[in-house]
Ligand binder design. Structure first.
Ligand SMILES: Nc1nc2c(c(=O)[nH]1)N[C@@H](CN(C=O)c1ccc(C(=O)N[C@@H](CCC(=O)O)C(=O)O)cc1)CN2
Ligand SMILES: [Mg+2]
Length: 282
């Protein structure tokens, strides 16, 4: 079994992005800028936002973090987005999710200028991805998954990919990316009949449902490539530990290659965010 090292691949991408940023500065005289908006004090979001800022600075971006209180109204947040949309020094805008319940996420995402939507969550970018339009900003986690899959299977033509999870930010966009690579794609979800058996037909199995260690050994075809998008905090022996959607110890000897949690898909999300931001500045 090969362990797919997301940290290593992410570091490679970040090196390329860093070189691209310096090239952009020379060509333009201006430094690409990324603004992250964090509303509230969700502890996990604070960690993710800090990591994004740190990586952005290391790669040479002009990073800006706007922190807003958890009581912020939707219209106040929309006013902040409006300003960032017209600010020429800001090339990428990212609103950290989840947002507090008084704010409609879709309304906020829809207010970001599509060409600055480095998360790729705007409906215009979703539509472009669906159409195979190269102007699409592609969501970072699915893009990261694709890069990791391609490190072990360079030619995906004809491969059967099974995705567990139909979310707008992972399952659906990843299905489009894999279809573009001429995979046969099956999207499964909570109502799928005989899920283990459907998964057992996969050459590439991607788990993105947020159910700790759902995928067991008999769900995996021997030699399959397994990508684990899950990040679940669970209690084990009185301690909090991080586990994926795949029962790693059970599956590792059946798969030909597998991503770990942590250190698999997670680091790729931030690397792809910065590569999208560089593309947005171009
Ligand atoms: N606006 C967005 N909000 C959210 C996104 C997103 O892409 N855009 N994704 C997630 C959170 N997220 C980035 O924001 C993210 C989550 C996890 C990781 C990561 O590197 N995970 C590590 C483990 C870290 C830990 O200990 O918790 C790993 O898997 O190795 C990066 C980014 C929801 N919100
Ligand atoms: Mg991971």
């Amino acid at each position: 079994m090969q362990l797919i090292d997301g940290k290593l691949k992410a570091a490679e991408i970040l090196e390329q992005v860093k070189a691209g940023v310096e090239g952009q500065v020379k060509a333009d005289g201006a430094r690409p800028g990324l603004t992250v908006v964090l509303v509230g004090e969700d502890p996990a979001s604070q960690v993710y936002v800090r990591n994004k800022e740190k990586r952005a600075e290391e790669a040479g971006f002009n990073g800006q973090l706007i922190r807003l209180p958890s009581t912020t109204s939707e219209s106040d947040l929309l006013a902040v987005i409006d300003k960032l949309n017209t600010d020429k020094s800001v090339h990428g805008i990212l609103v950290q999710l989840p947002l507090p319940e008084q704010i409609n996420e879709q309304a906020v995402i829809g207010a970001i200028a599509p060409e600055k939507d480095v998360d790729g969550f705007h409906e215009v970018n979703g539509g472009r991805l669906l159409n195979g339009d190269s102007r699409a900003m592609v969501p970072c986690t699915p893009l990261g998954c694709l890069h990791l899959i391609e490190t072990v299977i360079p030619d995906l033509k004809g491969m059967h990919a099974v995705i567990i999870g139909r979310s707008n930010i992972v399952g659906k966009p990843l299905s489009m990316l894999l279809l573009q690579k001429s995979c046969t794609v099956t999207i499964t979800h909570s109502k799928t009949r005989d899920l283990p058996n459907v998964c057992a037909g996969a050459d590439i199995l991607i788990a993105a449902v947020g159910v700790p260690e759902l995928v067991k050994a008999d769900w995996v075809k021997p030699g399959a490539v397994v990508i684990d998008v899950g990040i679940n905090r669970v209690a084990r022996d009185g301690k909090q530990v991080l586990v994926g959607d795949v029962d790693f110890d059970a599956v590792r000897d059946i798969a030909s290659a597998i991503t770990p949690v942590p250190g698999g898909v997670g680091p790729m999300t931030i690397a792809c965010l910065l590569s999208n931001t560089l593309a947005a500045s171009r």
